[in-house]
Design a protein around this ligand. Structure first.
Ligand SMILES: [Zn+2]
Length: 165
């Protein structure tokens, strides 16, 4: 249990405006690791959590920044998705009901928080929500090489031009 990945007292952290900033390897996030390409597992996911108190409510602001490499569903090549997200989480005590979704303002998500809040689980949730369900290149033909667009390789054409008459 690393000090960078848990907040011992989340309500207290929010009240004093605590800040936690760290990074984790994408491949070490278990639920995400299944979807990663080998090239992406070593990439760092940067995250920052800051606490704030507004009125009688405690919030955490979570920022996640990463470049996640997934496999394209069409050509099976690597596709890189930049993730840059920022969410506000309303801390709700374990045992108290979460506010009704319809009544809640939509600039935050309520979560149940107790001691030793698992920050990496929040980071991983946010990444999984940000990534596409079936990743694909915007234009597969562009990234998977020219061979598919042109039946004749440009190098073959060059070869003909160079050949002495
Ligand atoms: Zn593709």
């Amino acid at each position: 249990m690393s000090a960078d990945s848990f907040i011992a007292e989340p309500f207290e952290f929010a009240r004093r405006g605590g800040v936690l900033e760290a990074e984790v390897l994408a491949g070490s996030l278990v639920r995400l690791a299944d979807q990663l390409r080998p090239t992406g597992a070593e990439l760092a996911v940067k995250y920052r959590v800051s606490g704030e108190r507004i009125g009688d409510k405690e919030f955490l602001v979570l920022q996640v920044r990463a470049e996640i490499v997934l496999g394209c569903q069409r050509c099976l090549g690597d596709v890189t998705f930049p993730v840059e997200s920022r969410i506000r989480l309303l801390l709700v005590r374990e045992g108290d009901a979460l506010p009704d979704e319809d009544l809640a303002e939509d600039d935050f998500d309520p979560i149940h928080a107790n001691r030793n809040l698992d920050v990496l689980a929040l980071v991983e949730d946010e990444l999984l929500l940000s990534l596409p369900f079936s990743p694909m290149h915007e234009d597969c033909s562009m990234s998977s090489g020219e061979q598919r667009q042109h039946s004749v390789s440009p190098f073959a054409v060059l070869g003909k031009l160079k050949r002495p008459v």
